[in-house]
Structures are given as C-alpha cells and as structure tokens.
Design a protein around this ligand. Structure first.
Ligand code: IVH
Length: 695
C-alpha cells in the first residue's frame, strides 16, 4: 500500500472552520485520508512513525469531524472505518473470529463526561458501572485456545485479518501453552482472548544499550521494540526479547456465561492468563472513573511498563450489546489519553555541555515545544556517533520524547522536512569551558575533557553532590554554586562545610535569613545515609540504584573501600565495568582526600540498608513453580535476592523450599520425593515477613 511520500503532506495545514463548501471538504478529506494512510503504514507496518501520536490523533479527529458534517463524503475505505494497518503477507494471514476493534480516544475530561452521558441516556441507567484499565502502549495480540491449548496467536492487522505470530508468542513465558482449569466455570471449547504484549521500560533501556554497544539499530521506544520483537520471521529472535503480556478482553464473553467484564477479569487468571490486578478497577460512576484517571496519571512514571492513557469500559455485557459498535470502535468504551510525551520540533542549534566526569555531551537547543504540559527547549543528543547514525543536523525537524525523569531525547529525524539549509555538526577539538584539548574515542561515543580542574567539571561535581538524591541541599542551585565559585568561596564539596554565615552575607542577594538557612541545611546534611553519600561522591557508573546496592552489601564506607574487584563482581547486578570504576575511585589519592575532608567536617554515616540487618531469606534457595498471583517471576526473583536468598529453576538437594502457584507440576513431585518443604504463596509471604519460621 503506502502512498509514496511525494504525493502526501505529512501534516496537512488545515483550518476546519474555513471549509464551507462541499468541494473544499472533499479536497480536505482526500488530503487527510492520504496522510493518515501513510502514517498508518509507517506505524503499523514499518514500526517507524514519522509524526507524534498527538498529531496523528488530531488528523483523525479532523477527518471524523468533516465526515460527520458531510455524510455523503463518507466511504467504506476511509481510515475512520479501518482499524490498524495492513498485515504483512510474509507472516501468513489469519481471520479474526470477531473483528478486532480500535478505541476512540479523547483527551479531555469533558469528552469522558459526554461518553458517560451518552451511555446513561442510551441505557436508561443512572450510573452505569465502568471498568478502568491502563491503556498499554504495546502491541495488541489475539490468542485462540482450543480445549485449553494455544492454537493461534495473531496481531490485530487491519482488524479483520491479522498476522500469524503463533510461534513467536509461544516464546513468551507469560502466555500459557495450556490453560489451567482452576475456575468455577468450565473452560470454553474455544476461548478467544486479547491483550497487549509489551517490553518493560527497564528491560527496554537495557536492550537498547546492548544493541547500541553491538552497533545495532536501537528502538525508539518500548512499543516499537515490542512490535519489532513479535513481528519477526524467526521465533528464536523473539525468544530472546523480554516480552510480557497483559490480557484485557475475552471475545464472546456473554456466550461463555459471563455477565460482566469484571467477572471476566477475575476468571482469566484462574485459567493462567495474566491480568493487571493493580490498575484494573471497577468504578461505580463517572466520578470514580475521573479519580482513577488521576491516579493512573500519578503512578504512570513508577510503572515498569509504558501506558499512554486509561481505557474506560462499560462493565455490564448486556449493556455493551445495547450500545453496539461504530464501524471501527465500540460505543461502550473510550480511551482517555494522557498528555502526549512525543512531539515534533526543530533543532535551532547544537551546543556542547561538559559533565561532572569531563564528558562532553552535544545538546540540541530546540524551538520550544509543549510536551505533555512541560515546555521543552533542550534534548540530549548523546554523542557524535549517535548524531551521525541518526543523521541529525542543525535546522532539522525531529521527534522529541520526554519519558520518565530522563532528559528529553531526540528520537528521530524527519528527513522529509529537509530543505537543504541544514548544517552538519561535529564535536569540537577543544573543551568549550577550559579550552583544553579534548579526546574522542575511536567509536566516537565518548568525548572527554581530561582536565579535572576544568571549571565546568568542578561545578558539576558540586551540583551532583548537593542534588536531591545526594545531600539534598535545596538552597544550593546552579546559580548559587556559580556565585560561590566565582567569589572564591568553594572549589569542591568539602569547602561547603567551611562556609560561614558572614561569608554568605557578603554576597549579593544573600540576606541574613537566607544565609542562615543555607548554613543550617549544609549542617544537617552531615547526618547522612551511606547510599546517599556514595551517590554524592560521583563515582562513575554509580547512580542511586547502584549506590543502594553497594550499601546493602557493605555495612560501612570502610568495608567498601577495602573491597577489591572480585568482591564487587560477586554481587549480583554488579558487572566488571562498575567494579572497576568503584575500585579505581577508591584507589585515587584525590578522592580519598575529599572523603577524609568530609569526614573531618563531621559526617556521620548510618546504613539502614545493610544486609547484615534484615535478611529473612539469608542463604535460602527457592524454586518457584506454577503461576503466582502476587508477583511475576521476575518480581519474585528480585524480591528473594533482595532479602538474601536465591531463586533457581530446578529442584536439587540444595533447594530449601519449593513455592507453588496455580498449575504447578513435576517440580512439586520432585520436592516431595526429596522431602523438600512445599509452600503455597501465602506461606511464602509469611516467611518473607518473618511470621513463619525457617526450616
Ligand atoms: S480493549 C474494543 N483495553 O488500544 C476494545 N485495548 O485503540 C479494544 N489497548 O488495539 C480493546 N490497552 O492495542 C483494550 N486496556 C486495554 C487496552 C487496549 C491498550 C490498545 C489495543 C487496541 C488499541 C485500541
């Protein structure tokens, strides 16, 4: 399919209020359809969109409005009637037993209230119940089970026909190949369920880091990574990707004897299908729906998977039937999107920043753009290699994404927008701050100013030391640090502890009160936890998480100082690179001097995370089998390790406990044979909480 780029405008300029004749409307509709078809192709077939989701939604919205206004211009093949993109032939096509619909999306509370009003009117009910769920930003998948056995898995495709990805989906651990029969009701002869396959955020970053190291193309976001991983002709590739799944729908649920979607969600896990229990909630009215939206928006950043909104669904299945469907979306559900995190903008300039370790980073200065309610003016371009790979130039139009707490990233170039005036950029040969010669690695991924006395590095080190995750000295922002440095009052972090109120009062814009507040804050920071202190030191590769890990494994700073590389790599999660960095750091005279000065200033470090403290599972080996309800496999593994134990995959003489979930099989038999205690999930929980005695 796909119109070629030359006949379409990516984002047609269009003011709907200026369209007053049918002729104009016809032209506008045609232009919009062409553009949308092209974007569908880029998104669904190529996994490589060139406009932001918000821009796409706007185009679709305009088209829908025009088609509503001019009904005779509606056609069967309009994108408003279609779902998704064309399936790729190479996969083999499958028919969906029931059309896989899309969801109508809205952005505003008033649109959701309208949705509720329509439901109330049409159903003639005061307050229909709703179920709210996250709107996952992954890839929709349909699973068909015959007599409990997974027979087919497919993508949504165009809604009628999808791509056959059965062999790929079989590699996802969370998709049972055989269903359990633990529910009160019988398993239907044929069960069709739908859900979303996704790659957790952290796994996505890890995967991208590895791909970058191996010079493979990185994925723009977890959605693309999930789609690219499942739409693979070789299932072995899929098997190596960290895919997960949440099931959110059962086709023909009423025919299977269910009365509500909520009942469906309670039953699916009993058959072994993974449902999101935390964020699927039943709401008694629209006010609760609105509350749930606020809640999901708040927890969004803390989830380990991407969501881009909340789906609100009428719960009662008979009511759903009454409400019916539009051509491509049900009238009983609505997707309430979060503010978009990806937008297009222009790179006005590229400037170079010098970090705390002397690393030079190219930063794109952008034409200001609102991304999800925050004005973004800068985005990281990482390094010279990345700029060349993405072929980014000054003047380019790009897509910028703001995800989590990370600084905005330039995701990709929109090369169609080039007019030839764009300028190439190369990293400078000299440090823009101290003027010293810089060194670039051969792969062009690192450019370093080796001068540790470079003013930029000094300032960044102090800024890092006082940051929120470190000493948390709120009164010391970048401007004040620069002022203190320029006045010769500080050079490094220990100097902060020699500052006096009088010295501060001698500076412009410091009154007695603000000077005293800052001195108090600095003083208070001396009562500190070991992990924050380690983070504050700015050891390369030691972020908050790593600092915490070190604090868990070494009771005191002294113990850590003494640790050699093998002792460090013995810790799960610490690889050779980090071990080396830590060891080198504590062997450098300059760093030891800084630490001594801080200690002399009166630092008192306590370590609430020390492992020797709270280790209810210390030394125990566990084997988990069957489907657990409270944790995913990864979660429970992490938990056990955090509490001092180990999780292994097969039962042996060394196994201390086997923990069984629903549908566990031969491992439980192995445990019995070997006299190994078998716990259910509740008993395991008691053990963690120290309520149950260890064997
Ligand atoms: S229900 C007819 N529930 O959104 C109902 N869909 O635009 C449609 N999606 O292709 C399915 N999270 O990939 C449903 N909790 C959720 C969802 C969800 C994400 C996706 C799904 C679908 C698209 C529809």
């Amino acid at each position: 399919m796909a119109e070629t780029k030359s006949d379409i405008k990516l984002i047609p300029d269009m003011d709907i209020d200026e369209i007053s004749s049918k002729g104009d409307a016809e032209d506008a509709i045609e232009t919009l359809r062409k553009a949308i078809r092209y974007h569908d192709y880029r998104y669904y077939v190529e996994d490589d969109p060139v406009i932001s989701d918000a821009e796409y939604d706007k185009l679709m919205d305009t088209l829908e409005k025009l088609e509503d206004e001019y009904p005779d211009l509606q056609t069967e093949d309009s994108p408003t009637r279609q779902v998704g993109g064309e399936p790729k032939e190479e996969f083999g096509l499958v028919d969906h037993p029931e059309q896989m619909l899309s969801l109508k999306s809205v952005n505003e509370e008033k649109d959701v209230k309208n949705f509720d009003e329509t439901c109330r009117d049409e159903l003639d009910i005061d307050a229909p119940k709703y179920v709210c769920e996250p709107k996952y930003d992954g890839l929709a998948v349909e699973l068909i089970y015959e007599k409990g056995i997974l027979k087919q898995a497919s993508t949504r495709g165009d809604g009628q026909n999808g791509e056959d990805i059965t062999d790929n989906v079989r590699t996802i651990n969370e998709v049972p190949l055989k269903l359990l029969d633990e529910a009160d009701c019988d398993l239907p002869e044929t069960l069709v369920v739908r859900g979303e396959a996704y790659i957790p955020k952290e796994k996505f970053s890890e995967m991208n880091r590895r791909r970058a190291e191996e010079n493979e193309k990185t994925f723009a976001n977890p959605r693309n990574a999930a789609a690219g991983s499942l739409r693979q002709l070789d299932p072995k590739v899929t098997a190596n990707r960290p895919l997960h799944i949440y099931i959110y729908q059962m086709a023909s649920a009423e025919e299977h004897g269910f009365e509500s979607h909520w009942e469906v969600l309670q039953t699916l896990p009993k058959w072994g299908l993974r449902v999101n229990k935390d964020l699927s909630v039943q709401c008694k009215d629209i006010d609760e729906v609105i509350e749930q939206y606020q809640h999901s928006k708040e927890v969004r950043e803390d989830l380990d998977y991407e969501i881009d909104g909340m789906v609100c669904k009428v719960d009662d299945l008979k009511s759903r039937k009454k409400l019916g469907n539009r051509s491509n979306s049900p009238r009983w559900a609505i997707a309430w999107k979060f503010p978009s995190k990806r937008e297009r903008t222009v790179i006005r300039d590229i400037k170079v920043q010098v970090g705390r370790t002397g690393k030079l980073t190219p930063v794109a200065h952008l034409k200001p753009v609102d991304i999800g309610g925050v004005e973004v003016t800068r985005a990281s371009l990482h390094n010279q290699n990345e700029i060349e790979e993405k072929d980014i130039r000054i003047g380019d139009t790009v897509i910028v994404e703001r995800a989590g707490d990370v600084i905005p990233q330039v995701i990709k170039l929109i090369s169609d927008e080039r007019d030839g005036s764009e300028e190439k950029f190369t990293m400078p040969d000299e440090c823009p701050v101290c003027g010293g010669e810089v060194v670039m690695s051969e792969d062009k991924k690192q450019t370093q100013c080796p001068n540790i006395d470079c003013e930029a590095q000094k300032r960044e080190r102090i800024q890092h030391f006082v940051a929120k995750e470190a000493m948390d000295i709120e009164g010391l922002g970048k401007k004040r640090i620069v002022k203190l440095m320029n006045n010769g009052l500080i050079e490094d972090a220990p100097d902060l502890y020699d500052l006096t109120k009088e010295e501060l009062m001698g500076l412009e814009r410091f009154g007695e009160k603000s000077a005293q507040n800052l001195i108090d804050e600095i003083e208070e920071s001396k009562e500190q936890t070991l992990d924050r202190f380690l983070y504050a030191l700015g050891i390369p590769h030691v972020g908050s998480h790593m600092a915490r890990l070190l604090a868990e494994n070494f009771d005191t700073l002294g113990d850590l100082k003494k640790a050699d590389e093998p002792a460090l790599t013995d810790i799960n999660e610490i690889g050779p690179e980090v071990a080396r960095a830590v060891s080198v750091f504590f062997n450098e005279e300059r760093n030891l001097e800084i630490i001594d000065k801080l200690m002399d200033a009166g630092f008192k470090l306590k370590n609430p995370h020390a492992k020797s403290g709270d280790q209810p599972l210390g030394g125990l080996k566990f084997v988990f089998t069957g489907q657990l309800e409270k944790w995913s496999r990864d979660e429970v593994k992490e938990l056990v390790e955090r509490l001092g134990g180990r999780a292994t995959s097969s039962v042996s003489q060394e196994t201390d406990y086997v923990v069984k979930g629903a549908g566990s099989g031969s491992k439980v038999d192995d445990a019995r044979e070997n006299d190994i205690p078998i716990l259910d999930e509740d008993e395991f929980k008691e053990l963690l909480e120290g309520k149950k005695n260890r064997v």
